[in-house]
Design a protein around this ligand. Structure first.
Ligand SMILES: Cc1cc2nc3c(=O)[nH]c(=O)nc-3n(C[C@H](O)[C@H](O)[C@H](O)COP(=O)(O)O)c2cc1C
Length: 179
């Protein structure tokens, strides 16, 4: 049995749902697990000694991962390095199979190359298009990206591109990782 921390950042809630499915799967496999938002983790503190494995994930927003997430993983880099760990990234470009691998997904690849914390394992998930719940400027910007990448542009589009079976498989895969 392992003790696992699933930690995430999420702007509109979708990465939070993916993190929750990972957490639920880890528990269903007979392990102990906690689920925390990075802001909560940073403010309230983490009892790192408890955990054998840390799974950390964040969405791509305008080509980047948010400061809260990047700041957190880099601040605790040496602790993370001493444990089994994995990073998952969520983006809509990952709906295309060629952009759904850590090498093929430009955001994930750049993170792995340039970020001070180098995760030992990485995975890309396709995220959600949710125009009705995004603000006007975000909708315009994402519609532009979608036009260029031949994705949906109708302002009413709500499309969950996440492969939820793959999320569960990823959780089981993470349980096999070593420190
Ligand atoms: C403001 C904004 C910017 C985004 N920028 C990108 C982007 O640059 N590339 C991309 O592939 N997806 C982009 N997305 C899609 C998100 O990665 C996707 O919707 C993800 O599911 C959002 O996760 P969250 O609900 O946890 O915030 C963007 C979404 C929003 C709302």
């Amino acid at each position: 049995m392992k003790t696992v921390l699933v930690i995430y950042n999420s702007r509109s809630g979708h990465t939070a749902r993916i993190a929750r499915r990972i957490w639920e799967t880890v528990i269903a496999e007979g392990n102990q697990a906690d689920l925390m938002d990075v802001v909560e983790a940073d403010r309230e503190g983490v009892d790192w000694n408890k955990y054998d494995l840390v799974i950390a994930g964040a969405p791509v927003l305008y080509g980047k991962f948010r400061r809260e997430f990047v700041g957190f993983v880099n601040k605790y880099k040496s602790i993370l390095d001493a444990k089994a760990n994995s990073f998952f990234c969520v983006s809509v470009v990952a709906r295309t199979p060629a952009k759904a691998t850590p090498e093929g997904n430009v955001y994930c690849r750049k993170f792995l190359q340039n970020n001070p914390w180098k995760p030992k394992d990485a995975h890309c998930f396709a995220g959600k298009v949710d125009y009705p719940n995004w603000n006007w400027l975000d909708v315009k910007m994402i519609q532009m990206i979608m036009k260029m990448t031949k994705g949906p542009t109708e302002p009413t589009a709500v499309i969950d591109y996440t492969d939820w079976k793959d999320v569960e498989e990823y959780a089981r895969h993470c349980l096999t990782l070593q420190a």
